[in-house]
Design a protein around this ligand. Sequence first.
Ligand code: SF4
Length: 349
Amino acid sequence: MKPVTIPFFISHQGCPHTCVFCDQRAISGDNGAIPTAVQINDRIALWRTTSGERPLEVAFFGGTFTALPHVVQAALLEPLQPFLKNGSLDSIRISTRPDCIDTERVAWLSEMGVRTIELGVQSLDDAVLAASGRGHTGADCLTAICCIKAGKLKVGAQLMPGLPGDTPATSLVSLERVIAGGVDFLRIYPTVVIKGTELARRYAAGEYTPLPLDRGVSLCALLLQCAMKAGIPVIRLGLQADHGLDDDHILAGCWHPALGQLVRSRLYADLVTRFVFPGQRATVRCNPTRYSDVVGVRRNNLLVQAGRGVRMQIISDTAVPEEQLSIQTECTCSSYSIVTDLHYSIDEV
Ligand code: SF4
């Protein structure tokens, strides 16, 4: 059963500096103060009343957990120990930077009940990392992934296509290399320009060209398909819109409140376009969990097919796997997969 995550945003706490694109307070909508033991206890008690039978996981997001003074890390993890012991809390997840993790830290975190570490990798390209003010190299990221795997914890990588100096090709190479490095899951957050950041200053000065939404969707579709081929889940695509992020905070970049749906919808739309000829009538069956993706944001996929003269009926069918469509036309009836039956080229992004 998928755990319910109780998030604590410790925005920028522990960060050695501010990366050029980052404003965690705007992203999380939280001032990022370190929670007290009482606040931690109260929030867990509150979430337990609504989580039903599902296991609970506490997550510390938005800062550099392992760069906090050790006493602060301990003060955050110790209140969780009684919950772990009595079984009312299943696990702990933290996020940190690749240059702030080592064997000793992983061993201690594991003893304290941490089961998952999310790394802000962003890119494996050293020029992109330098231009983004990250202060670490691609090699640091791969070393950190190895170190966490060796400590038998789960490791996830966050990637940010569209950073300064990035290209679709370097984004793809970064994704391929973190997958080869052994990550268990990915988050893909295409770069957005947030008001007040160094990136916003560069954008205003004409020193940075953001990745626009249409190209970002094309690139993310390719990256998502690549991850699916490797069997690595992408647990989030695009920043969450329900915190402090809105059009007032975002100046430019690959931003849409339903970016993940836009990207998944693109894959299904491309599959229909590939296998249904213009002017045909098509009955498309999909897994119920994918129905809204197949229809598209604001029914966009239906409109696109209507523009090709395709009259498309979409039916939910639990027998169809999530990554497939069963397509019936006047001439054929066959199943196709967004993983194996679409072939994207990085040159087309
Ligand atoms: S990107 Fe990560 S390390 Fe950089 S300022 Fe933001 S939270 Fe801190």
